[in-house]
Design a protein around this ligand. Structure first.
Ligand code: NAI
Length: 324
C-alpha cells in the first residue's frame, strides 16, 4: 500500500481525493504547506502530493529522502517549486499533471480582461448602492485590438482561440516556431504593438522577471498586462513604478511573486504584512485574483483523475504520465 501525504489540502479538494485506501493507495490530508518546517510530518510516508506553493527545495527533498519518500506528485502543471536536479540525485521521482482543461485558465484570463476593460467589478458595487452614474466606467472594445500572447503552449493556444473569436489581431511570442492564425514576433515587437499582453510561458531562470522596467517602457501606456502563469514572471516593484507613472493602463493578475505567504487562506482578520501587495491592490486599474485560474469543476476533476492514476501506477510499478 502506497502511503501518500496530501499537502496544502483544501476543503474543496476532499471530495476528489477521499481519505482511506483505494487502488493500492492510501491518502492522508495535511492542511499545512510542505516546507522545511512541516517536512517532519512525512515520517512513514512513501509519497507526497503537493500544489503550487509547497517548497520542494534541496533541504526538503533531502529530508524526504531520509524518511523514505520516493515520489513527489504535483497536482498542478507548473513545477518551478521543485528542485528537479536534487530530486534526480536523490532518486525521488517527480510527476505533474501536464495537461488539464487549458480552457479553465484561458477563460479566467478573459474574465480578467473583460472585468478590467468594462469595469464590471465597479459597476456591480455601484448598482448595489443605487448609483447608476456611468462616469468612470468607460470601457473599450476587444474587437480590432492587438493582443499579444507570450507562450503558445496549451493555455496560450486556448486563449488565442478565444481572442480570435472576439475579433482581436493576435501576436504570439514563443521560443519555438509556431503556426496558426496569428503573427509570430519577438518579445520586443509584441510588447510595442499590443493593447493586451498575456503571459503563458513557464517560470524558469530564463523567464524570471521577464517583464521588468525596460519591458514596461516598451509597452503602450494604455496597455493591459495579464498574468495567470507565475508571479515572478513580472518584476512587481517595476510594475508598481510603471503604474504610478501612468506607463501601464491595466494590470490583471491571478498570480503574485510572494503569493505563497498569502494565497489560498482566509486572512481577512490579519493585519496585512506585505506592503508591495497592499500598494498593488490600491490602484484602481489593478485586479487581483488569488490563483484561481485552474479552479473549475472540469479542471479539478481532470487534475484528480491524472494524479490518482499516477499514484496508483507508481504503486504498481507502471510508467507515470507527466513524469519530469
Ligand atoms: P505549456 O508547457 O503547454 O506551454 C508553455 C509555452 O511557453 C511553450 O509553448 C514554450 O515553448 C513557451 N515558452 C517557454 N519559454 C518561453 C519564453 N522564454 N518565451 C516565450 N515562450 C516560452 O504550458 P501551459 O500548460 O500552457 O501552462 C503555462 C503556465 O501556466 C504553466 O507553466 C503554469 O505556470 C501556469 N498555470 C497557471 C494556472 C493557474 O491556475 N493560474 C494553472 C495552470 C498553469
Amino acid at each position: 500500500m502506497l502511503k501518500v501525504g496530501f499537502f496544502s489540502a483544501q476543503r474543496y479538494e476532499r471530495p476528489f481525493y477521499p481519505e482511506g485506501a483505494r487502488d493500492g493507495v492510501v491518502i492522508e490530508h495535511f492542511e499545512q504547506s510542505l516546507n522545511a518546517r512541516s517536512v517532519m510530518l512525512c515520517q512513514g510516508l512513501d509519497a507526497v502530493c503537493v500544489f503550487v506553493n509547497d517548497q520542494l527545495d534541496r533541504t526538503v527533498l533531502e529530508r524526504l529522502s531520509i524518511v523514505g519518500v520516493r515520489l513527489v506528485a504535483l497536482r498542478c502543471a507548473g513545477f518551478n517549486n521543485v528542485d528537479l536536479e536534487t530530486a534526480r540525485e536523490l532518486g525521488i521521482r517527480v510527476c505533474r499533471v501536464p495537461a488539464y482543461s487549458p480552457e479553465a485558465v484561458a477563460e479566467h484570463c478573459l474574465a480578467l480582461i473583460l472585468t478590467l476593460s468594462r469595469k464590471t467589478h465597479k459597476a456591480y458595487n455601484r448598482v448595489r448602492e443605487d448609483n447608476f452614474d456611468l462616469n468612470g466606467l468607460l470601457g473599450f472594445n476587444l474587437a480590432g485590438k492587438t493582443a499579444g500572447v507570450i507562450g503558445y503552449g496549451q493555455i496560450g493556444q486556448a486563449l488565442v482561440r478565444i481572442l480570435k473569436g472576439f475579433g482581436c489581431h493576435v501576436l504570439v511570442c514563443d521560443n519555438e516556431p509556431r503556426q496558426g492564425d496569428f503573427t509570430q514576433v519577438d518579445l520586443d515587437e509584441l510588447l510595442a504593438a499590443s493593447d493586451i499582453v498575456s503571459l503563458h510561458c513557464p517560470l524558469t531562470d530564463d523567464t524570471y522577471h521577464r517583464i521588468g522596467e525596460p519591458e514596461f517602457k516598451r509597452m503602450k501606456n494604455t496597455a493591459m498586462l495579464i498574468n495567470t502563469s507565475r508571479g515572478a514572471l513580472i518584476d512587481t516593484r517595476a510594475c508598481i513604478e510603471a503604474l504610478k507613472a501612468g506607463e501601464l493602463g491595466y494590470l490583471g493578475i491571478d498570480v503574485y511573486e510572494q503569493e505563497s505567504e498569502l494565497f489560498f487562506r482566509d486572512r481577512s482578520d490579519s493585519i496585512p504584512q506585505d506592503d508591495v501587495f497592499a500598494r498593488l491592490t490600491s490602484f484602481p486599474n489593478v485586479l487581483v485574483t488569488g490563483h484561481q485560474g485552474f479552479f473549475t469543476e472540469e479542471a479539478l476533476a481532470e487534475i484528480a483523475a491524472t494524479t490518482l492514476d499516477s499514484l496508483a501506477a507508481f504503486e504498481r510499478g507502471a510508467a507515470l504520465s507527466g513524469e519530469l
